[in-house]
Design a protein around this ligand. Structure first.
Ligand code: C2E
Ligand code: MG
Ligand code: MG
Ligand code: MG
Length: 283
């Protein structure tokens, strides 16, 4: 009976499944072409320190689709991840990120980190080689390259993660835990990871000031980080109220639309050079 029901159900869902599958295959095909044609680019969003200075720029990938315009990661990253294309895409992102950090350094902004998101599928021993290759034997300023990893990525196999992160740290890489608070980190392990920062997930920042439990969560992440000698970066800061709340409680760095949407390096660098960044009203 269960089997027959199961079969019926399978039949009922088949057309939808086929449509999804064929869309997916088509997308994989397009993504391969896009890699070949170099249609991916990076947008950067500042992580702003308490004094208003930029501490880091997070690299966020976009796909300049020939017909559909500029596409956000939500449209393609998941398919890149489960098709394995993320490995090649990730290599290019690392190479571009290193190049941008070198240009920052050449312009006198070498203290600004470039932060790069790393997916689970990239977080293998090959990542070491990819970073080493991107650096091309010329190290950046210590911590000049920051890798953002989620709790899920590092907790999957913590012992292996620690070892890989330690080797990467030998290349001068620093680490942030992205979307912190949404995963299931073991606090015992957290202490053992060679990490520098916890990034408070946007979902907790969003309702600061309205939602008492979100405030409590943000406060505990900041306290936890302090106890572990880590810094906190809050994501998704959109209002002055959120900014002030977080700064008052000692959150070291803030990131969000309050300082603008992610933008191309080619517009950010001149803004930095001409001091226009510091002149912003929201700093
Ligand atoms: P994430 O690493 O947590 O990045 C933060 C996301 O929040 C970015 O979305 C950013 O544009 C957005 N954001 C920043 N400030 C605000 C704000 O004030 N309000 C709101 N509502 N959103 C804000 P984006 O660029 O669409 O990226 C989404 C996710 O895609 C990233 O989340 C990251 O997980 C992934 N991703 C982006 N770039 C890369 C990449 O180069 N490689 C990999 N593996 N994943 C990437
Ligand atoms: Mg991130
Ligand atoms: Mg995040
Ligand atoms: Mg996220």
């Amino acid at each position: 009976e269960a089997k027959r029901r199961g079969r019926n159900r399978a039949v009922a869902y088949r057309p939808a499944f086929d449509a999804t599958l064929s869309r997916r295959l088509q997308l994989i095909h397009q993504l391969r072409d896009a890699l070949e044609r170099d249609e991916f680019e990076l947008a950067f969003q500042p992580q702003v320190a308490a004094d208003g200075e930029i501490a880091a720029l997070e690299a966020l990938v976009r796909w300049r689709h020939p017909a559909r315009g500029l596409l956000l990661p939500a449209e393609f990253i998941a398919v890149c991840e489960d098709s394995g294309l993320i490995v090649e895409l990730g290599r290019r992102i690392l190479r571009d990120a290193v190049w941008c950090q070198r240009r920052l350094a050449a312009a006198g902004f070498g203290h600004i980190r470039i932060a790069v998101n790393v997916s689970a599928a990239q977080f293998t021993d090959d990542l070491y080689d990819d970073v080493a290759q991107a650096l091309h034997g010329r190290p950046l300023a210590d911590g000049g390259l920051d890798l953002e990893l989620t709790e899920r990525v590092i907790m999957d196999s913590p012992a292996h993660a620690i070892e890989l992160m330690q080797r990467l740290a030998g290349l001068g890489v620093s680490f942030s835990i992205d979307d912190f608070g949404t995963g299931y980190s073991s606090l015992a392990y957290l202490k053992r990871f060679p990490i520098q920062r916890l990034k408070i997930d946007r979902s907790f920042v969003q309702d600061l000031g309205q939602d008492a439990s979100d405030a409590a969560i943000c406060q505990s992440i900041i306290s936890l980080a302090r106890a572990l000698d880590l810094h906190t970066v809050a994501e998704g800061v959109e209002t002055e109220q959120q900014r002030d709340w977080l700064r008052e409680r000692g959150c070291e760095e803030l990131q969000g639309y309050l300082w603008g949407k992610p933008q191309p390096f080619e517009t950010l660098l001149p803004a930095l050079q001409h001091g226009r960044w510091g002149a912003r009203p929201h700093a």
